[in-house]
Design a protein. Structure first.
Length: 323
C-alpha cells in the first residue's frame, strides 16, 4: 500500500487517481496501457473485470513496475470508480485519461451525450472528476485517422487543445497504424497552439519507417512505442533499431514505452504478454541495444516529464466546465 508523495502547489505534478504526485515519485512507468476498456470494435474482449485488473497489476508490480498510464478515454468503460482501490492495493500509481477515441469506438448515443462542448467535459474530468467518482483524469487522449485526420478527429483535437490550454494536461494521440503524425502535429500545435512537448504521439512502433520517425521526433513531441498487444506485433522486431536511431539523433529524452494491453486474451494472467512483458523481457532486450541507462530513463524520467503538468489551483481553471 502506497500513499503518493504529495505534489507541491504551483509545481508540476502527475495527476494520479489517488491525487497529485511529485513527478520524481512516479517510478518505473508503463506509459500507455489499459486496465479497463470497452469498444464495439472489440466484442467479447472487453476489459471489465476488476479482479482480473488487480491480478494484472500485481504481476506488473512483481516485475518491478511502479506506475501505469491508462489511455482509455471517456465513454469506453474506464473503471474510474475502481482505480483508486486498485492503485492502493497494488502499490502501482495509476493515471486515467479523459478525451475521446475515434467515432467507431462508440455507440452513437454515447457521442450524442457528449453534446456540443467536449472541451468542457474534458476540463471537468481533469479538474473536478469523472462523473461523481471524484477521480480526476491526468491526461487527454484523442485519435487520428489512417494517414489523415477526419472531421471527428478535428472536432476532438480542437477540444483537446482547448482543455490543454485550460489545464496544462498533456495530449496523447492514438495514431492509426502509426500514421499521420505530421498531420496531427500540424493540427494540434500549428493550428491550435499546443506546445509540441505537451503532445505524445502513440503507436509509432506500428509504422517503423525511419524517415517518418525522424520527422515525428523533429517536431519535439514525445514519441510513444507501445506494444505488443496481440493485434499489433508484426513490427515489434524493428523496435530496438528504431529507438537506437532516434537516440543517436539526440531524441532519447522524447522516448516512452508502453504495453497497450487492449484485450483480455493479451493479459499476462491469461497467458499473453500483458503489462509485465515490458519489464520482464522487453526492457532487457532493449538494454542490449540501447544500454540500460537510456532504457531506464525511458521508463522513469521521460514519462515523469511527459505526464507532469502545472495544474490550475482548486476552482481556478481558466474556463468553467459545465460538461
Ligand atoms: Zn491503447
Amino acid at each position: 500500500m502506497t500513499v503518493p508523495t504529495p505534489a507541491v502547489a504551483g509545481r508540476a505534478a502527475v495527476r494520479t487517481v489517488q491525487g497529485d504526485l511529485a513527478p520524481e515519485a512516479l517510478g518505473v512507468c508503463d506509459a500507455h496501457d489499459h486496465l479497463f476498456l470497452r469498444s464495439p470494435r472489440l466484442p467479447g474482449q472487453e476489459l471489465t473485470d476488476p479482479e482480473a485488473a488487480a491480478a494484472e497489476l500485481a504481476a506488473f508490480r512483481a516485475a518491478g513496475g511502479g506506475a501505469v498510464i491508462q489511455w482509455t478515454p471517456h465513454g469506453m468503460g474506464r473503471g474510474a470508480e475502481e482505480l483508486p482501490r486498485l492503485a492502493r492495493d497494488s502499490g502501482v500509481r495509476l493515471v486515467v485519461a479523459t478525451g475521446l477515441h475515434q467515432a467507431v469506438h462508440y455507440a452513437p448515443e454515447v457521442l450524442a451525450r457528449v453534446g456540443t462542448d467536449p472541451a468542457g467535459l474534458f476540463v471537468a474530468e481533469l479538474t473536478e472528476g469523472i462523473g461523481d467518482t471524484g477521480v480526476r483524469a491526468g491526461m487527454i487522449k484523442v485519435a487520428g485517422g489512417f494517414h489523415g485526420v477526419d472531421a471527428h478527429a478535428r472536432w476532438t483535437m480542437a477540444a483537446a487543445a482547448e482543455a490543454h490550454h485550460a489545464t496544462g494536461a498533456v495530449v496523447g494521440v492514438h495514431l492509426e497504424a502509426g500514421t499521420a503524425a505530421e498531420d496531427v502535429v500540424e493540427l494540434l500545435c500549428d493550428e491550435h497552439g499546443v506546445p509540441p512537448r505537451r503532445v505524445i504521439l502513440g503507436h509509432l512502433n506500428r509504422f517503423p519507417d525511419p524517415g517518418m520517425l525522424r520527422r515525428a521526433a523533429r517536431t519535439g513531441a514525445f514519441l510513444a512505442f507501445d506494444g505488443p498487444s496481440r493485434a499489433h506485433h508484426a513490427t515489434d522486431w524493428r523496435l530496438p533499431d528504431a529507438l537506437r536511431a532516434l537516440a543517436d539523433a539526440g531524441h532519447g529524452a522524447q522516448l516512452l514505452l508502453g504495453g497497450d494491453t487492449t484485450t483480455a486474451a493479451a493479459r499476462s494472467v491469461n497467458g499473453g504478454p500483458g503489462m509485465p512483458h515490458l519489464l520482464r523481457r522487453q526492457r532487457h532486450w532493449l538494454a542490449e541495444v540501447l544500454g540500460p541507462e537510456l532504457v531506464t530513463r525511458m521508463l522513469t524520467v521521460n514519462p515523469a516529464r511527459a505526464f507532469a503538468a502545472v495544474w490550475p489551483s482548486e476552482g481556478g481553471g481558466r474556463r468553467t466546465a459545465d460538461g
